[in-house]
Write a protein that binds this ligand. Structure first.
Ligand code: PLP
Length: 401
């Protein structure tokens, strides 16, 4: 366990608006005036503290949110983007040229997988998909063209835990960037402390927490963030995934309650995972002692925020999973919807989007069944009632008696 508390870092982040407003003023401009054309010229060359040129490059509201996110991840700097995918693609295009290679976990978010599998080859970038928990296979793929080792801290949908410290040993020994998507585990995993070079979030999920917008971020060194935002060669500047400042302002407000929400998401997920296990349901939750990654997560996590809000259960077949999800929505357990990190419970069937890399036999061994249902547990205060509702649905579809 680590004793770092990202919420204290955010607690200490106080910024004021133009008139001492307790929330910083929202930038309502795409462009900025200069008293002196020389200053404008200088800004084309390098950043100047407190000076803004054009809102796709940087704007004050996005800077406030980015600074708060750098505190969350304890990195020197951060940028915000219009989506998690915007963050991921900017990082990949910044680091890779035609002919370069990426070693990626095979159990990643379906959109990232599709980008890597279907889109990057158009630019001559090759991605090797691996079982990221098998460090020898990661090592065996490293060569002089490898630019990135890419993983999610907690994988989708089985919630496997990446051994970030060990992956970082491999990446550091070979001068490769270790890029970690920390979307499932904000606040309770701090990848930088474990050796990650670049941390990505889809802010759309737990960090914003209200499922009302799409956004992302990259947290890293000042040097890398400057590269991303470089006016002449930066992927975030030139590909243009800029977040709207109104959204940045609302996400920043929500970020201040992230620690409370994560504790409650985790508490509810732990409760449901334990109760469902007792009923004999096959449950994947890293907070359960029976989970493969439980011990590793204990070693790398920050204390005090639990094991996260995500659970997967095995409903055996696609038909049963569909029946169960339809019933759970009718019984007001939550919504049958993709995404995660909302204050209401969301559930969906992860399907086969990322598992096509995995041979049938291994899929079985891992527990990657067609009947898998992924839950993002909400903030219900009466979680006992939620459990009783889920139990009623499990009985109705014949998964338990
Ligand atoms: N990373 C993970 C782990 C995700 O679950 C998602 C979205 O579902 C993304 C990245 C992409 O983020 P966005 O939808 O904000 O582009």
């Amino acid at each position: 366990m680590h004793h770092f508390d990202p919420s204290t870092e955010i607690q200490d982040y106080l910024v004021f608006g133009e008139y001492g407003d307790v929330n910083p003023s929202i930038t309502d401009s795409s462009t900025y005036t200069f008293l002196n054309p020389k200053t404008m010229e200088e800004l084309f060359e390098h950043e100047k503290e407190g000076c803004f040129l054009y809102s796709r490059h940087w704007n004050p509201t996005n800077k406030y949110l980015a600074d708060a996110l750098a505190r969350l991840e304890d990195t020197e700097a951060a940028i915000v983007t219009a989506s998690g995918m915007g963050a991921i693609s900017a990082v990949v295009f910044q680091l890779c040229s035609s002919g370069d290679e990426i070693i990626s976990s095979r159990t990643i978010y379906g959109g990232t997988y599709a980008l890597f599998k279907n889109f990057l080859p158009k630019f001559g970038i090759k991605v090797h998909f691996v079982n990221i928990t098998d460090l020898n296979s990661v090592k065996s793929l490293v060569n002089e063209k490898t630019k990135i080792i890419y993983t999610e801290a907690i994988s989708n949908p089985l919630l496997e835990i990446a051994d970030i410290p060990k992956l970082s040993e491999i990446s550091k020994a070979n001068n490769i960037n270790l890029v970690v998507d920390n979307t499932f585990s904000p606040i309770f995993i701090t990848p930088k402390h474990l050796g990650a070079d670049i941390i990505i979030h889809s802010l759309t999920k737990f960090i914003n927490g209200t499922s009302d917008c799409v956004a992302g971020c990259v947290c890293s060194t000042k040097e890398f963030i400057s590269q991303l935002t470089d006016i002449n060669s930066g992927a975030s500047m030139l590909l243009g995934p800029v977040l709207d400042s109104y959204r940045a302002a609302s996400i920043l407000k929500n970020l201040h309650s992230l620690h409370i929400r994560m504790k409650k998401h985790s508490e509810n997920a732990q409760y449901i995972a334990e109760r469902l296990s007792e009923l004999g349901i096959k449950v994947f939750y890293p907070g359960l002692k029976t989970h493969k990654g439980h011990q590793l997560l204990n070693e790398i996590m920050n204390e005090g925020f639990g094991y996260g809000g995500m659970i997967a259960i095995d409903a055996e077949t696609t038909e049963k999973a569909n029946e169960l999800m339809t019933l759970m929505q009718q019984e007001k357990v939550g919504y049958l919807a993709v995404s995660l990190g909302y204050f209401k419970t969301l559930f969906s069937s992860p399907g086969h989007s990322t598992s096509s890399e995995i041979p049938e036999e291994e899929r079985k061994e891992m527990g990657l069944s067609d009947g898998l249902i992924r839950f993002s547990m909400g903030l219900d205060n009466n979680i006992e009632k939620t459990f009783e509702r889920i139990k009623k649905c499990l009985i109705a579809v014949g998964l338990i008696k």
